[in-house]
Write a protein that binds this ligand. Structure first.
Ligand code: SF4
Length: 238
């Protein structure tokens, strides 16, 4: 998308219908579940427009809850997966709670990847900061100076995208995600017990990516964050 997508507004369907871009089987490449085989459900649309975003999420089809639950559960069953990663775009633009409950009833945990700008109270029914509720997890990768009120209390892990030359005194990014080259005070977590992952920005440029990886490794080494690399890209998976 590279900052050229439409900026979307929340579309919270009370019955849990979802606008889905894609469902696919893969290995989670990032964060606490890195290396874990899973099913990805990529929801359509995002409310941000990050200049470095290389994900295609604009188009999608609406699915009723039973239909999308059946598609994902069938994929999980064929490939023996017990984890579904709900990603986007921005997955919290949509009411994912009925879907998460349905997955949990089938013995499948859900991990959500969000930029953290949206919260609705029903999320508390299925997510806690530890994996206490059916092993569900929210991984938040902040892209803005503030995140939505209420969300931090249920975030189980943080992930920051590090670019060479764009790191603050705390080893975390201090560049705008919306305007390339501009400084910005990206949100910082308040609770020290929640793990922070740092990951090099992929700029599709080998030399720049090497510098970004060195910057991320330096942050991890100096500040005690956890370095993550995008395993799925290393092995040629989506
Ligand atoms: S929040 Fe994520 S999906 Fe949305 S534009 Fe930024 S990087 Fe892309």
């Amino acid at each position: 998308m590279f900052g050229r997508n439409q900026v979307a507004s929340p579309m919270l369907d009370p019955d849990g219908r979802l606008l889905v871009h894609k469902v696919f089987d893969t290995i989670q490449g990032e964060g606490p579940d890195a290396g874990r085989p899973c099913v990805f459900i990529r929801l359509a649309k995002c409310n941000l427009r990050c200049f470095f975003c290389d994900t295609d999420f604009e188009s999608g089809d609406w699915y009723d809850l039973p239909n999308i639950a059946a598609v994902v559960a069938s994929e999980a069953s064929v490939f023996h997966r017990d984890l579904v990663v709900i990603t986007g775009g921005e997955p919290l633009l949509q009411n994912i709670v009925p879907f998460v409950k349905q997955m949990n009833r089938m013995g499948i945990a859900c991990s959500v990847e969000t930029a953290g700008t949206i919260f609705y109270p029903e999320l508390r029914e299925v997510f806690s900061p530890t994996r206490g509720i059916a092993e569900n997890l929210i991984v938040c990768s902040p892209k803005t100076p503030k995140i939505a009120d209420g969300l931090e209390e249920i975030v189980g892990a943080w992930k920051y995208i590090v670019k060479h030359g764009g790191v603050g005194v705390d080893g975390l990014p201090n560049l705008s995600t919306q305007y390339n080259g501009r400084h910005s005070n990206i949100f910082r977590p308040s609770f020290p017990s929640v793990p922070i992952y740092v990951q090099a920005m992929d700029e599709l440029d080998e030399r720049q990516n090497k510098l970004n990886l060195e910057a991320a490794a330096h942050s991890a080494s100096v500040f005690g964050y956890r370095l993550c690399v995008q395993i799925h890209k290393l092995v040629g998976l989506e």
